[in-house]
Design a protein around this ligand. Structure first.
Ligand code: ADP
Length: 677
C-alpha cells in the first residue's frame, strides 16, 4: 500500500530547508536575470552599432553622389568641345567605378556624345533598352522642371552573360545664360555603388543591400555569411526622383561564454554569492548542531536539577537570588517569582535571625572567592514553620573567571533531626523503662521476701495477744504462758532480723555499683552534653548560650552521673520555655568557681553550675514538692529527675538548689566541691 508522507510545515527543520530552497531559487533567478540583462545590453550595443553604421553609409552615399554631380558640373563649366568632353569623361569614368556610362544630350534628349566605363563590357545601346530610355527621360524631365540633378527609379539591364545589372540614371540640366541647352546623364550600377562605397567599410560578417521602397532587392554587397544572431538596420535613401532603402545585416556568432566585462563581473559576483551562501548554509548547519547539543545539555541539566532533592540556590554578589531549583521552592514553599523578586531579605529567613544572617552574608561578600563552605542554619517555610538546614556554599565563577556570586546546595535536615530526636527519646524511654523495671522487680522481690517474715511476725504477735486476752495468766499457768510468749517474741525477733537481712541485701545490691570517680574539667563535661542539648534546642527553637569562666579547675566525680544531672537540668529548662515566644527562648549554662571562707575550717572551693531559663518559673506550690520523687506536672514526666539529681549532688558532697530568675524563669544551681588542694 502506498503511504502518503505527510510533511509538517511547522517543524523548524522543514522550515529551514524551505528557506534554503527559496534562497537557492532566488539566487538562481537573480543570476539568470543578471546574465540575461548583460546579454541584452550587449545585443543593444551591437544593434546601436549597426544602426550607426548604416547611418554612416547613407551619409557617405549621398555625399558621394553629390560629389559626382559637382565634378560633372565643373567639367561642363569649361564649355568643352565634344572631343574634350570625351577625354575628360574617360578620365572621370576611370576614377568613378560606380558610373557605368556618361552621356551628353541636347535639350531634346538626343545624344551628342557618350562614354562607357572601361571596367565593363559594353552595356548595349539605350535605344534597344526601352526601359532605360524611359527612366532616363523621366529623370531628365524632372531635372528640367526643378533645374537641378534628378534621379530615375532603378531599372534592370539584361547583359550578354545572361545576368544583368540594376541601374539608376542621374540627369543634370545644362544651362547657358539661363537657357536649357542640354543634359548630362550618368548611369550608375547599383551593385557598383555598393561595392565601391562600402567595400572598405563593411566587416566580414556584414551584408549591405539596396531595395526598392516596395522591398524588391536591387543590389547586394558583402558576404551572406550566416551566424547565429542577426542584427539588422535600414535607412531610407531619398534622392530627388528616387527613394530606395539601405539594409545592413550584421551576423554575430554565439555570444562568448563571458560576453563582456559586465557579464564577467556579474558572473564572478554571483559565483562569490553562491560560495558565500554555501558557507552560510554550512555555518548554519554547524550552528544548528551546536544549538541542538546545547539544547540537549540544557535539557539534561534541567532534568538533573529537577530530579535533585537538594535545593539549589544561586545568589549574586549583592545577595540577590538569581536562580532556585524546584526542590528549593518545594522546601521553603515559595515560588520562583516570590524568591527572585525579594529585594533585601529572603522570605525564608526567620524574623529573629534576620540580623544575624545579614551579618553572615556581609562577611561572605567581603571574603569573596573563598572555597566551598558548609554550615547549619534555620530557615522558615511559607507556612511559618521553621526547620534546620545544611547549606554548602561555593563561589560562582563565570566563563571569564570572575566571581559573580554564590551557589548553594541546601539540605533540609528536619527529617534527620526528627529521626535523631525520635531515637533519642526512644533511648531515654528505654532507659527509663529499664530503670522502672528494675525498681518494679526489686519491689516485687522485696514484697515477696518481706511477706513471709512479716506474715510470721503478724501471726506470732496475734497469737501472743490472744494468749494475753484469754486471761489464762493464773499462778499455775503463768510459767507456761510466759514460756509461750517468750517463744513467740523470740520468733518475732527472729523474723524481724530476717526482714532486716532482706532489706540489707537489697541495700547491698543497690550499693554494689561501684562509684567510678575521675578528674574531669568543666569544659569536658559541657562538651559531652552539648550535642544532646543542641539537638533538643533546635527542635524547640531555643538558643543555647554557654558562659564558662576561664581556667576552671577539674573536679573529681562520677562523670556519667554529673553529666546526667546537667542534661536533666538543661532539658527541664528548655521544656519550661515551650510556651514563650521563640525570640526569648534562651538557655544559659554557666560555670564558675567560688571560694567559701570559714574561720574554723580550711577554705572550700566549689565549682558552681547555673542552668538559667526564661520560662514561666516555678510556683510556690510546685516548689514545695519539687525534689519529691515521682512529682511531675508533665503528662509524660516521671518526676524522678530532680530527686535523683539532688541525690547525685549530695553523693558528691555538693548540693542542688533553685531560685527565681529575673525578670522571669528559674535558675538551678548545682555545686560540686573541689578536692582540697
Ligand atoms: P519531670 O521532668 O519528669 O517532670 P523532674 O523531677 O525533673 O521530673 O521535674 C519535676 C517538676 O518540676 C516538673 O514536672 C516541672 O513542673 C518542675 N520543673 C522542673 N524544672 C523546672 C524549671 N526549670 N522551670 C519550671 N518548672 C520546673
Amino acid at each position: 500500500m502506498k503511504r502518503l508522507v505527510k510533511i509538517d510545515w511547522r517543524t523548524p527543520n522543514v522550515q529551514r530547508w524551505l528557506l534554503v530552497v527559496v534562497l537557492g531559487v532566488l539566487v538562481v533567478t537573480l543570476l539568470g536575470t543578471l546574465i540575461y540583462l548583460a546579454g541584452r545590453l550587449e545585443a543593444d550595443q551591437l544593434q546601436r552599432q549597426v544602426e550607426a553604421e548604416i547611418e554612416d553609409v547613407g551619409k557617405d552615399l549621398r555625399t558621394h553622389l553629390a560629389g559626382d554631380v559637382k565634378a560633372l558640373q565643373a567639367g561642363m563649366l569649361r564649355r568643352p568641345t565634344l572631343s574634350q568632353w570625351q577625354h575628360e569623361a574617360d578620365v572621370f569614368l576611370a576614377q568613378q567605378r560606380e558610373i557605368l556610362r556618361l552621356e551628353w544630350l541636347d535639350e531634346n534628349l538626343h545624344r551628342k556624345a557618350q562614354m562607357d566605363t572601361p571596367y565593363r563590357r559594353s552595356l548595349g545601346d539605350d535605344e534597344a533598352q526601352i526601359e532605360a530610355l524611359k527612366e532616363m527621360t523621366q529623370a531628365c524631365n524632372r531635372a528640367r522642371q526643378v533645374g537641378a540633378a534628378a534621379y530615375s527609379p532603378s531599372y534592370f539591364v539584361p547583359q550578354e552573360d545572361g545576368l544583368g545589372t540594376e541601374m539608376m540614371a542621374m540627369c543634370w540640366p545644362l544651362k547657358e545664360h539661363g537657357h536649357l541647352v542640354g543634359f548630362l546623364v550618368a548611369r550608375y550600377g547599383l551593385a557598383d555603388i555598393l561595392a565601391d562605397l562600402t567595400a572598405r567599410k563593411l566587416a566580414r560578417t556584414e551584408q549591405l543591400a539596396l531595395t526598392d521602397a516596395d522591398g524588391t532587392r536591387l543590389a547586394v554587397s558583402g558576404t551572406a555569411q550566416r551566424g547565429v544572431r542577426l542584427f539588422s538596420a535600414q535607412k531610407t535613401l531619398e534622392l530627388p526622383g528616387n527613394t530606395m532603402v539601405l539594409h545592413l545585416d550584421s551576423w554575430q556568432g554565439t555570444p562568448d561564454f563571458v560576453p563582456n566585462f559586465l557579464t564577467a563581473l556579474v558572473t564572478l559576483l554571483s559565483l562569490a554569492l553562491v560560495g558565500v551562501m554555501v558557507m552560510l548554509v554550512r555555518d548554519t548547519r554547524r550552528r544548528l548542531s551546536a544549538e541542538r547539543e546545547l539544547g540537549e545539555a540544557l535539557a539534561f541539566r534541567k532534568a538533573m536539577e529537577d530530579s535533585l532533592v537538594t535545593g539549589l540556590r544561586a545568589r549574586d554578589l549583592q545577595g540577590q537570588i538569581t536562580y532556585v531549583n524546584p526542590a528549593f521552592c518545594e522546601m521553603v514553599g515559595f515560588t520562583v517569582e516570590e524568591l527572585r523578586t525579594q529585594i533585601n531579605t529572603p522570605p525564608y529567613w526567620p524574623d529573629h535571625l534576620v540580623a544575624e544572617y545579614r551579618q553572615v552574608q556581609q562577611q561572605r561578600i567581603s571574603t569573596q572567592g573563598s572555597a566551598r563552605e558548609g554550615f547549619e542554619a534555620v530557615f522558615k517555610r511559607k507556612s511559618g514553620e521553621q526547620f534546620p538546614v545544611l547549606v554548602v556554599e561555593a563561589p560562582l565563577i563565570n566563563a571569564a573567571g570572575e566571581q559573580t556570586g554564590w551557589m548553594s546546595a541546601v539540605l533540609d535536615l528536619s527529617e534527620k533531626r526528627r529521626i535523631e530526636e525520635l531515637s533519642r527519646a526512644t533511648q531515654e524511654r528505654l532507659q527509663a523503662t529499664a530503670r522502672l523495671a528494675t525498681v518494679g522487680e526489686m519491689a516485687s522481690l522485696l514484697s515477696h521476701e518481706l511477706n513471709q517474715p512479716l506474715a510470721a511476725i503478724s501471726s506470732y504477735a496475734n497469737g501472743s495477744i490472744n494468749l494475753l486476752k484469754a486471761g489464762l495468766m493464773t499462778d499455775e499457768t503463768a510459767a507456761d504462758v510466759a514460756g509461750d510468749l517468750q517463744m513467740a517474741l523470740s520468733r518475732i525477733a527472729e523474723q524481724s532480723e530476717r526482714a532486716g537481712r532482706v532489706i540489707k541485701s537489697v541495700n547491698d545490691f543497690v550499693r554494689r555499683r561501684k562509684q567510678q570517680r575521675e578528674q574531669v574539667g568543666a569544659q569536658e563535661l559541657l562538651a559531652a552534653i552539648l550535642p544532646l542539648v543542641n539537638l533538643q534546642a533546635r527542635k524547640l527553637s531555643v538558643r543555647v548560650v554557654t558562659e564558662l569562666s576561664p581556667q576552671l579547675p577539674k573536679v573529681i566525680c562520677d562523670r556519667t552521673m554529673v553529666e546526667q544531672v546537667l542534661l536533666n537540668l538543661a532539658r527541664n529548662a528548655m521544656q519550661a520555655m515551650e510556651e514563650i515566644p521563640v525570640a526569648q527562648r534562651i538557655l544559659k549554662i554557666q560555670a564558675r568557681r567560688i571560694e567559701i571562707f570559714d574561720a574554723d575550717a580550711p577554705t572550700k572551693t566549689q565549682l558552681v553550675w547555673r542552668v538559667v531559663d526564661q520560662g514561666l518559673g516555678i510556683s510556690e506550690e510546685v516548689a514545695e514538692r519539687l525534689f519529691t520523687p515521682f512529682f511531675t506536672t508533665k503528662s509524660e514526666g516521671m518526676g524522678l529527675g530532680l530527686s535523683l539529681c539532688r541525690t547525685v549532688a549530695e553523693q558528691h558532697g555538693g548540693s542542688l538548689e533553685f531560685e527565681q530568675n529575673s525578670p522571669q524563669g528559674s535558675v538551678f544551681i548545682f555545686t560540686l566541691p573541689l578536692a582540697p588542694t
